[in-house]
Write a protein that binds this ligand. Sequence first.
Ligand code: PGA
Length: 252
Amino acid sequence: MRKTIVAGNWKMNMDLEEGLSLARSLDQYFRNTPSGKTEVIICTPFIHLTGVSDIIKGGSIKLGAQNCASEVSGAFTGEVSASMIKSTGAEYVIIGHSERRSYYHEDNDMLSKKTGIALDTGLNVIFCCGEVKDEREAGVHFNIVKCQLEEGLFNLDAEKMEKIIIAYEPVWAIGTGLTATPEQAQEMHKHIRSLVRDKYGNSVSDNMTILYGGSCKPSNAAEIFSNPDVDGGLIGGASLKKDDFVAIVEAG
Ligand code: PGA
């Protein structure tokens, strides 16, 4: 059965105390009001992971990081490895977010390496893909996403692919207030699912959770999530406000 997931991506926001306080109020809310069939994940900055992990223990919220190193361990000053992330209690990691691709020049080869290490460590991967505005305007968005998936993910075997959640995030919609229309989201999600089907078969593709991300908010989440190939969302800005995030989860 395909999971519905709403994942918050806090990005580089909130100091430790602010982050723990948001985690406490989300934890309290979802202990009292279970999110039903929707799984809730929060992807925090590295330094928040341990504290948030303690807060959510025994509850229903799951924890993730937003990136991991492309090496297993060793002399890589400033990096944080997948196994360090796992040791905090986190179960997920976002790989290939467009901000990592564009500001830190992470290419498909590097993302493929990170994904392999994260999976070997036992983390589940939220793998992001999506085209920039010029690519959509040029009509090459389907090909761009195909290439990101083929080069970044499709070297995995089927068993590992089952640990992947794909997040389609059109870059022109991230943090801009512009959202893909429900039709644009559905047609790309359908395309992604058919690429997964061609490579891995019906069972993997039918069970694959494909999230939409990009200016998702309480007012548009239900309509976007109601599409047959959209299985929830990856939420940036609106995940920083408890009430907005809860409303989006409840739209899931
Ligand atoms: P946004 O970000 O919801 O603020 O547009 C989404 C994301 O980057 O994951």
